[in-house]
Design a protein around this ligand. Structure first.
Ligand SMILES: Nc1nc2c(c(=O)[nH]1)N[C@H]1C(S)=C(S)[C@@H](COP(=O)(O)O)O[C@H]1N2
Ligand SMILES: [Mo]
Length: 592
C-alpha cells in the first residue's frame, strides 16, 4: 500500500542536497571523561528539605520529629514493660513462652563459613544499592499513590512544594544529596546512580540466589522460617524482655529468639523479593507488556513500595547492628565472622577488617565515579545490559489505556529549544517546518506538517516513564513509525534510527537519540503531532515528538527535525547512542 495515496501534495523533490544532509554536524562530539563543575550544563547544586509526609490535605509532617517521638515512645515502652514484668500473669506467660520456638532435631547447629561470606557480601552490596537508590529518588524527590504524578498530590517529598510555573521541569526539581549519602549524589547524577543501582543489584540478587540454594541444601532454612504459631507469643515475650531491659538468654549459635526469627524471615523472604518485584514494577517495557498488572500496581505504587522496602532495610540494619553489639558483641561476631562459638577476638578482627573494606569503598565510590564515569557506564552495562536488552523484545501492544486514565497533569522535562531556527518556525506556526528523513533509506524525503497530517492517522493512549521517576498517561496522535518506514524504505543495512532535535542539550550540540530499528515496527512507536486531542504544545515537543513505549522518556526526542537511518549509532555524536548517554552516562537500552 502506498502510504501517500491520499496525499494531495506529493513530498518535496527527493535527493536534493538538503534532503540528503545529515544533522550529525550539529552534534557536539566532545565526550565527557570526568564529572566536574560543568556537569549537566553546569547545573548548580540545589538541596532539598528534610523528609516530609502529607497529613490530611495540605499539612506536612517533618519525619525528623520521629526521632524525639521514638525516644519518648521507647522510654514509655520501657516503663510499661518493667511494670508488666511485675505482674504474676506476665511472669507466667514469660515462663511458658521464654522466647524460642523449638527446632527440629536435625536442624544444623552453628554457622558455616559460607554464610559469613554471604553475609559480608550482602552488606557490602547493600551500601551501593541503598546510596545509589537514594540518588535516584533525589532526581524526582517525591512519591505518589497513583500513576499520575500530579503536583500537590505527592504523599512524600524531600523537596519544596512544586512552583506554579507551567513550564517547570522535572530536572529543575531534582536535588543534590549531602556528600557521602548519595552515590554519586551530585544533582541529576541519575545516569551514573542507575549503573550502580542496577549493576550491583545483579550481584546482590546472585548472592541471594546462592544463599537460597545453600540454606535449603544445608538445612539452615529451618532456622529462618517459623514452623509453629508459638513464634507469636514467644516474640511478644521477647519484646517484653528486651523492653524491660532484662534481656532473654542469647542462644543465637543454636536457635534465634522468635522476634529475631520473624525479623530475619521478613527480611529474607518478604523484603528482599519485594525489592526485586517493586523494582521491576517501574520498568516501562514490563509495565507496558503487563498492563493489567500495571493498572493496579502502577509505577508510582511500585516506587512507593520500593521506598517502603528501603525503610524496612534501614530500620532492620539499625536494630540488627545495635542488638548484635549489645547482646554479647564478641560472641556474636565470632558466630558470623569466625564461624565459631567462643569469646575469642577472632571474629572481631575479621569483622574489623571487613568494616575497613566497607568504609574505603564507601568513601571512594563517589570520587571514583566522578573520575571514571565512562568506566562505571561500561561496567554497569556489562552487569545489567543483558536484562535490559531482553526486556526490549517485549511486545508493547497491550500497553494502551483509555480516555479516563489520562493524567490531569503531565510533567515537562528537558531543555527547551532556544535556537533562532526554531523560534522562527514557531513564530510562523511551523508552516515552514520540514521533517527530513534520510540515511540508509531508498527514499530520502522531507515532509511538512500538512504532509505528515495527510499520512494515515495513528492514535494511542499510553503511559510515559521518565527515568527520574515521574509518570503520566496521555493520548498521542500522529503517524505510526510503520507508515514512515513504508515511505522511506530503509535499506537492509539500516539497524539504528537516529532522531535529531531542534533543541540543544545542556552541554551544547543538538539533542538526539538512537533507537533499534526493530522497535520502529512496534505497534506503539509513533511520531506525535497531537497530545490529548490538541496540537502538540511547545513544552511537549511541538511540532513533532517520538513515542516508543518500551523505553524511558529521555529517549523520546521532542522538537524533532530529522530522522537518519544508520548502521550503528557509534558513528554518531559521542558514539554512545544518545545525547544523555554521551554527556550524562545514561544507557542506550532503557527498558528497565
Ligand atoms: N529534544 C529533547 N527531547 C527530550 C528531552 C530533552 O531534553 N530534549 N528530554 C526528554 C525527557 S528526559 C523526557 S522525560 C521527555 C519529557 O517529555 P515531556 O516534557 O513531554 O513530558 O522528553 C524527552 N525528550
Ligand atoms: Mo526524563
Amino acid at each position: 500500500m502506498d502510504a501517500l495515496a491520499d496525499e494531495p501534495n506529493p513530498p518535496a523533490a527527493k535527493n536534493t542536497p538538503t534532503v540528503l544532509q545529515s544533522f550529525r554536524t550539529e552534534l557536539v562530539k566532545k565526550e565527557h571523561d570526568v564529572v566536574d563543575a560543568d556537569w549537566a550544563g553546569g547545573v548548580p547544586p540545589q538541596f532539598g528539605v528534610a523528609p516530609r509526609i502529607r497529613v490530611g490535605k495540605n499539612k506536612w509532617f517533618n519525619l525528623l520529629w520521629l526521632i524525639p517521638i521514638g525516644v519518648l515512645l521507647l522510654i514509655v515502652g520501657i516503663a510499661v514493660a518493667k511494670g508488666l514484668r511485675e505482674l504474676p500473669a506476665v511472669q507466667d506467660f514469660i515462663t511458658r513462652y521464654p522466647g524460642e520456638s523449638a527446632l527440629p532435631a536435625d536442624a544444623p547447629v552453628g554457622f558455616p563459613a559460607w554464610l559469613g561470606w554471604q553475609h559480608f557480601l550482602n552488606a557490602f552490596f547493600m551500601i551501593f544499592i541503598i546510596r545509589s537508590g537514594v540518588t535516584i529518588l533525589a532526581d524526582h524527590p517525591r512519591l505518589y499513590m497513583t500513576r499520575h504524578s500530579t503536583p500537590g498530590k505527592d504523599w512524600f517529598r524531600i523537596q519544596k512544594p512544586i512552583p506554579t510555573d507551567p513550564l517547570y521541569t522535572a530536572k529543575q526539581d531534582s536535588i543534590t544529596l549531602p556528600n557521602g549519602v548519595g552515590l554519586p549524589g551530585r544533582r541529576h547524577s541519575i545516569g551514573l546512580a542507575r549503573w550502580w543501582h542496577l549493576g550491583v543489584d545483579t550481584l546482590w540478587l546472585l548472592n541471594g540466589l546462592v544463599f537460597m540454594v545453600l540454606i535449603f541444601v544445608t538445612g539452615q532454612w529451618m532456622r529462618l522460617i517459623p514452623r509453629s504459631w508459638d513464634v507469636i507469643p514467644n516474640s511478644i515475650s521477647v519484646a517484653i524482655q528486651y523492653l524491660s531491659l532484662n534481656w532473654p538468654i542469647e542462644n543465637g549459635w543454636v536457635n534465634y529468639n522468635s522476634l529475631q526469627l520473624i525479623a530475619y524471615f521478613l527480611t529474607v523472604f518478604i523484603a528482599a523479593p519485594a525489592a526485586l518485584i517493586t523494582g521491576l514494577g517501574m520498568s516501562p517495557a514490563l509495565s507496558t507488556r503487563f498492563r493489567w498488572i500495571s493498572s493496579v500496581f502502577s509505577i508510582q505504587i511500585a516506587r512507593t513500595l520500593h521506598f517502603l522496602v528501603l525503610c524496612w532495610f534501614l530500620m532492620f540494619i539499625l536494630v540488627h547492628v545495635t542488638l548484635v553489639l549489645t547482646t554479647g558483641a564478641l560472641r556474636n561476631l565470632n558466630h558470623m565472622y569466625g564461624a565459631r562459638d567462643d569469646g575469642s577476638w577472632v571474629g572481631f578482627w575479621i569483622f574489623a577488617a571487613s568494616l575497613i573494606v566497607m568504609i574505603v569503598a564507601w568513601v571512594g565510590a563517589s570520587p571514583l565515579t566522578y573520575r571514571f564515569p565512562r568506566k562505571v557506564q561500561k561496567v554497569g552495562y556489562a552487569l545489567i545490559g543483558p536484562a535490559q536488552k531482553l526486556f526490549e523484545h517485549i511486545d508493547a501492544k497491550p500497553g494502551q489505556y483509555t480516555e479516563k486514565d489520562i493524567s490531569p497533569y503531565f510533567w515537562h522535562n528537558g531543555k527547551y529549544p532556544e535556537t533562532e531556527e526554531y523560534k522562527q518556525l514557531r513564530a510562523g506556526n511551523f508552516a515552514d517546518y520540514k521533517l527530513r528523513i534520510n540515511g540508509l533509506v531508498e527514499n530520502p524525503v522531507e515532509l511538512d506538517l500538512a504532509q505528515l497530517r495527510g499520512l494515515a492517522h495513528h492514535e494511542q493512549i499510553t503511559q510515559h516513564f521518565c527515568i527520574q521517576g515521574w509518570s503520566g498517561v496521555a493520548k498521542w496522535g500522529g503517524v505510526s513509525m510503520n507508515t514512515i518506514l513504508e515511505l522511506a524504505k530503509p535499506k537492509p543495512e539500516a539497524k539504528w534510527v537516529i532522531f535529531y532535535s531542534f533543541a540543544l542539550g545542556p552541554d551544547g550540540g543538538i539533542y538526539y537519540d538512537a533507537q533499534p530499528i526493530e522497535q520502529m515496527h512496534y505497534p506503539l512507536t509513533m511520531l506525535a503531532y497531537e497530545m490529548n486531542d490538541d496540537d502538540l504544545s511547545f513544552g511537549h515537543g511541538a511540532p513533532l515528538r517520538l513515542r516508543n513505549e518500551v523505553q524511558l522518556g529521555f529517549k523520546l526526542v521532542k522538537w524533532i527535525k530529522g530522522i537518519e537511518f544508520v548502521e550503528h549509532f557509534s558513528e554518531v555524536g559521542g558514539g554512545e547512542g544518545g545525547y544523555n548517554n554521551d554527556h550524562e552516562f545514561f544507557g542506550y537500552r532503557q527498558s528497565i
